[in-house]
Design a binder for this molecule. Sequence first.
Ligand SMILES: [Zn+2]
Length: 264
Amino acid sequence: MSHDWNDSGILVAVPSKLICFFFVWTIAAAQAFSSQAQPEQAPAAPAQPSVTPSIPPKKSLAVVILDPAHGGPDLGARGSSGISESDVVLSYARLVRISLEAQGLRVILTRQANDAPSFDDRSKLAKAQRGSIFITLHVSSTGPPGTVRVYSLPQAPVKQDTASALHSGLLPWDRAQFNFIDQSRRLAELIQIQMAQRFHGSSETPFEAPVRQLRTVGAPAVAIEVSSVSLPDRAPLDQMGPGLADGLARAVAAFRTLYETGGK
Ligand SMILES: [Zn+2]
């Protein structure tokens, strides 16, 4: 009986103890294994997309290079009444500077007085400034008086030497505008719209022309041409100054938003 019990006891009790032992061992082993395994799982965590993505640096438009064209011995267009383009554009630049500075922009004039920096010296000012745009001011010799035309460079076909230069990362100096054609066109559009609202008879869409000064500017760049020096006196041209300054400030503010948000 006791044998039976022992037998049965062994047969029943031992396996149950073994099962129990195995159960406890399994849990303990699992815990030990998982606690050992955890440090091995940890290094896998950086592969998860919890890593902070790198944020591209913010593009900001901070500087406007204002270029009163001509100067020095180069008077630009001259009217029969003695009006010279180089004088009129300098007075425009001084007014435009005030309205742009009111927008919190830094303004650099390519000439402060009747001096004559070279095309390249003027362009270099834009090159030296991060986040700048370039506006060259002209007065035409002809055209409907009291109107304003805005120009950007046309998209020129890429020559072979330019293509290989682009590929090597070296852009020829006279092709500095190449990467800014679209932005320049957009800036020209925004300015031309403002001019059409202020100066009756002005186009609502800007123009494209191979303006010499714009070619070497490595930044969004436009030319503004007011008509014209062919007037009996300067007064009508001077009266256009405040409208020009206000319109330009509004257009540049609109362009600044597009530029900084990457909009088109
Ligand atoms: Zn000119």
